[in-house]
Structure formats: C-alpha cells, structure tokens
Design a protein around this ligand. Structure first.
Ligand code: FES
Length: 148
C-alpha cells in the first residue's frame, strides 16, 4: 500500500529538499479569498471593478484575479488559478496583502515582497510568485481603463 504523505517537503532529483515554510503550507492548504464554486465566481465577476488574467510562460499555468475598489481602496480581492502550490500560496497571501490598500500602494507590491511575506520559496519556485503579482497589476489596469 502506498504510504500517505503528511509532510509538504519534497525531495528533488538531486536529493535536495524542497522545503516549504509554515506560511506557504498554511496558504496552500487553506487558501484565502478564493471561490467555493463556479457560481460564486460568476456572481463575483458581475460586480468586479477590475479583472486580470495571466499565464506563466515558465510552466503554462494560469491565474485570474478580481478586485473591487471603493474610493481608490481595494476592498475585495478574489482569485483562482490553475497553478502549483507556490502559486496558490503566493496569490493567497497577496490577496490578503492588498485588501485595504490604495491602488498606488498595491501596485508597489513586488514578487519579492510576496516571497518575503511567505518567509521564502524554493529557488525554482520564485517565478510562481510573479503570476499573482502580474494578475493584480492587470486587474488594476483593467479598473483604471474602465474609469476613463
Ligand atoms: Fe507553474 Fe508554479 S510551477 S506557477
């Protein structure tokens, strides 16, 4: 019988450990600000002020992010991804970081800030943190374009 894996650490091909921090595991196993169903997403989309969608050329994964904005402040940020654990954790923590921020301050958040907040990602997973960041920038662009 195949043993059940309880740990989130993975051995690389060269035997190296891919260590995931407590923060990454928390946001991967309990992602924040996602949708519980397609219907919930469709409902949220109807009233979203900005939508951003990006794909990662590095791995082919994709990300869609929705924001709601009131008086220049991001009051809600929801998302979904077909991405890896690192993309899920990165975007989950990013969605928490941006709620309550002005659009200008949200724009200033960089992938390195997300990685820092997660207390690190394995080196080969750093690109996954870019996915959420790019989707957010696009969602803000989309909001600003609609306002013109
Ligand atoms: Fe594709 Fe992480 S490997 S987003």
């Amino acid at each position: 019988m195949t043993p059940i894996i309880h740990k989130a650490e993975v051995k690389g091909k060269q035997g190296q450990n891919w260590l995931y921090t407590k923060e990454v595991k928390e946001h991967f196993f309990h992602p924040k600000n996602t949708f519980k169903s397609v219907e919930e997403e469709e409902e949220f989309e109807k009233n979203a002020d900005g939508i951003g969608e990006v794909g990662s050329p590095a791995c082919g994964d994709m990300m869609r992010m929705y924001i709601k904005v009131k008086d220049g402040i991001i009051v809600a940020c929801r998302w979904k991804t077909f991405g890896c654990a690192s993309a899920i954790a990165s975007t989950s923590i990013l969605s928490e970081m941006v709620i309550g921020k002005t659009l200008d301050d949200a724009r200033k958040i960089k992938p390195k800030d997300i990685v820092q907040k997660l207390k690190g990602l394995p080196q080969r997973k750093i690109h996954c943190s870019v996915l959420g960041d790019k989707a957010l920038q696009k969602a803000i662009d989309n909001f600003e374009k609609k306002k013109r």
